[in-house]
Design a protein around this ligand. Structure first.
Ligand code: FAD
Ligand code: SF4
Length: 526
């Protein structure tokens, strides 16, 4: 690393997911403050990440550093080459503090437990003043999470969401929800018909050159998953993130809610310009890296709703706002109220290995093939692909939630533990016993058939349960329900399922369970 003898009073660390240009740190130029942004092996390897994910984080960090420099701040950007000699973040900060003779170390509170612990410990170890502050990103300040969430308690999204709408005056009129209802979810369960496919807009994609970063990742021997070309479609700076947000509001929001749960395998992933991301915003990377703030996203979407003369109806805008001020803030609360114990929860005692085809999409199950292939290609899948395709499969087959967490944490462009884990371990795997969601999201092939066109092109038969080519999800579903009857039959949202199952003749039940066992025994070959 280049040696410098410049002295500063304060060293301020900016983590890769803290690219918030509106933070109060940057409201004044302080010549005696050095901002440090560093590519770190510890961050690129704590789990095996998608190639695009590492590259996009590094590219966005570099862009942020350039923007801060252009605004007059003192910034030190360190590449993997510069930081390779340090064992980890604490060693780097100790070295820089001494080198620049700083008397104070500042950091924004990390959103991941792992990093918060590491920096808290570093703060104690350093012989200079160490100060942590809020990242000023979320609606709910960090120190208020405890007022809304309690460890182990089964919180419900709907209650929290209403409180957030009222408190932050979002889509409210005279203290009542705009449109007369809090939640229009029942209007948002449409399937895309063949005629709808032609209308899906081409996504707004960027062509950011990441070739130099990819070479650096390679040079440092960082193991990755997924595919990447020299250009990446994700936004890497504020300008691009704002363009994507505006594009979403003008082009996708009118049908966002309507087709939010839909899936299609008809749009080839080989042609990036067709509508593979449907009406979704793809702003999760920009949000989670803090390039965009949730308030900016919500305010922009609501302004588009008001300006739209009815093309964006209330169920579209409400559905979108609920994801941001509802689900996103909710899972963060659950995470912080329950960590570190949450990371060990395994309520259904699941222990199976994740099949190897999760890393190459080589499965004949068309729904899984498509969701995984898309994830490998773009480091992206939308919510229902994550919850009801890959997540549902892992739930039904009893995959160890540690392995499920690692896969999701690695593969998705937006995956940071605070948001990934409650969604994966909690909502999709029910490993938290219902802290995040009120039921296990278990489904047979019928759900996939209802919400997608995958089944028509599948080698398995979605309407069959125990025949040769029967859709594996059907018998696996009943096997799951049978195996976890004690838990599921006592849950008001799943107990009615047993009305059907218990009425079946014993030999029919056994045939289905045998079929499920066959699929479990041959899980690698599905
Ligand atoms: P859109 O569908 O356009 O939604 C808009 C925004 O709402 C998203 O960008 C996101 O910020 C927010 N949002 C929507 N649903 C959720 C949710 N359940 N939790 C938190 N925020 C939400 N989201 C992540 O940001 N990181 C993750 O690591 C992650 N892991 C997930 C794992 C599983 C098993 C599941 C079921 C969901 C996960 N989600 C995660 C939530 C959701 O799938 C993604 O936020 C969404 O697919 C991102 O794409 P988008 O920006 O196009 O979202
Ligand atoms: Fe998926 Fe079953 Fe449909 Fe095939 S038949 S796409 S495995 S739900």
């Amino acid at each position: 690393m280049a040696k410098s003898i410049t002295s500063y009073k304060t060293l301020r660390l900016i983590l890769g997911d803290q690219l918030n240009a509106s933070h109060s740190w940057f409201s004044q130029i302080q010549p005696d403050t050095l901002y440090v942004i560093a590519e770190l092996k510890q961050e690129a390897t704590y789990v095996q990440h998608h190639k695009q994910k590492i590259a996009v984080f590094f590219a966005a960090m570099e862009q942020f550093s350039q923007a801060l420099k252009a605004a007059g701040h003192q910034v030190l950007y360190l590449t993997l080459d510069d930081t390779e000699e340090f064992k980890g973040l604490p060693a780097l900060i100790k070295h820089l503090s001494t080198l620049h003779q700083v008397i104070q170390f500042d950091y924004q509170l990390p959103d991941e437990y792992r990093l918060r612990q590491q920096l808290e410990k570093l703060g104690h170890d350093l012989s200079i003043i160490s100060q942590a502050c809020d990242s000023e990103h979320f609606y709910l300040p960090d120190d208020e999470i405890k007022n809304y969430f309690e460890k182990g308690k089964r919180h419900r999204l709907e209650n929290f969401y209403r409180k957030m709408r009222k408190r932050f005056d979002v889509l409210m009129e005279d203290s009542l929800p705009v449109g007369g209802e809090w939640n229009f979810d029942q209007n948002n369960r449409n399937k895309l018909k063949p005629a709808d496919l032609a209308e899906i807009p081409a996504p707004l994609l960027f062509t950011n050159d990441i070739s130099i970063i990819l070479a650096r990742i390679e040079k440092h021997g960082i193991k990755t998953i997924g595919y990447a070309t020299e250009e990446v479609l994700w936004p890497i700076n504020r300008k691009q993130a704002q363009q994507l947000l505006v594009f979403f509001c003008q082009t996708c929001l009118p049908k966002f809610g309507k087709f939010q749960d839909s899936m299609t395998g008809k749009l080839s992933l080989l042609d990036q310009d067709n509508g593979w991301s449907l009406y979704h915003s793809r702003i999760s990377f920009a949000l989670n890296s803090k390039i965009l703030s949730p308030k900016q996203v919500v305010d922009t979407a609501i302004a588009s709703y008001h300006a739209s003369d009815g093309t964006i109806d209330i169920s579209q805008i409400e559905g979108f706002v609920r994801q941001i001020i509802g689900w996103r803030e909710f899972v963060r609360g659950i995470y912080w109220a329950n960590m570190p114990d949450y990371a060990k929860l395994n309520n259904l005692a699941a222990t199976r290995q994740l099949p190897s085809w999760f890393w190459d999409a080589k499965t004949d199950m068309n729904c899984l093939h498509h969701a995984i292939k898309q994830s490998l290609e773009f480091s992206y899948a939308h919510h229902i692909q994550r919850l009801m395709v890959t997540g549902n499969f892992c739930l039904l087959t009893g995959v160890d939630p540690d392995q499920v967490d690692d896969w999701y944490l690695g593969i998705y462009i937006d995956a940071i533990e605070w948001v990934e884990m409650p969604n994966t371990r909690g909502m999709s795997q029910f490993a938290d016993g219902g802290i995040v969601g009120s039921k296990a999201y278990a489904a047979s092939g019928n759900y996939i058939k209802k919400m997608s066109d995958y089944c028509g092109d599948c080698s398995y038969q979605v309407n069959q349960i125990d025949t040769d080519n029967a859709c594996p999800l059907n018998s696996l579903y009943w096997n799951f329900m049978q195996s976890h009857q004690a838990i599921m039959a006592s849950n008001p949202r799943t107990k009615m399922v047993y009305n059907n199952w218990l009425k079946k003749p014993e030999e029919d039940k056994q045939r289905i369970l045998n079929k499920a066992q066959f699929y479990l025994d041959n899980i690698e070959n599905l």
